[in-house]
Design a protein around this ligand. Structure first.
Ligand SMILES: [Zn+2]
Ligand SMILES: [Zn+2]
Length: 172
């Protein structure tokens, strides 16, 4: 776990390059496999009580195409531009809600936990419906053939408009 003490960040800022193990980060998202450790390059600089963080996160991944279900390689390259702020002071026993207006992160007791930032940014960067290519033809709904590799022998599915018409004619 990468933790940085705020009191140890020099005035001119601190440059960090770390590799984070995806498993240790608890990075689990459906349809994505992390092929290598997550490379985090970040520059931290204090600004009053906040700590500005800029840099990038990069990791090679394999996505599963939502249409043909094949894995395809990709890479995540995420620019970071955020800040860590101390949590608002609350009466004892109450927990601060995450700040909702911005991509701020909290630090606590002088410790900046980079893992929170890395986990959040990586999960946000994973596309909801990854496709191996824009015009992926997907799988045949009847036989499961990968239609990118050629057409199958299945008849095209019946046009639903004909079904309606047929039912209508039958009813007469
Ligand atoms: Zn595909
Ligand atoms: Zn088929």
């Amino acid at each position: 776990m990468a933790e940085v003490k705020v009191s140890e960040i020099p005035d001119e800022g601190l440059s960090l390059s770390v590799k984070e193990d995806p498993a240790a980060l608890d990075l689990a998202a459906t349809g994505v496999r992390f092929l290598e450790p997550v490379a985090v390059d970040v520059f931290l600089v204090k600004a009053d009580k906040a700590v500005m963080a800029t840099g990038r996160i990069a990791v090679p991944v394999a996505f599963e195409c939502v249409r043909c279900l094949r894995e395809f390689p990709a890479s995540l390259d995420i620019p970071i531009s955020t800040q860590f702020v101390p949590p608002p002071e609350l009466p004892l026993g109450e927990h601060p809600m995450p700040p909702d207006e911005a991509e701020d992160y909290y630090y606590r007791d002088d410790g900046i936990v980079l893992d929170d930032l890395v986990r959040q940014e990586v999960l946000l960067a994973v596309p909801f419906n990854p496709q191996c290519r824009d015009d992926c033809r997907g799988l045949c709904a009847q036989c499961g053939q990968d239609l990118n590799r050629g057409a199958c022998a299945c008849a095209p599915p019946p046009d639903p408009r004909w079904t309606v018409l047929r039912q209508h004619l039958k009813g007469k």
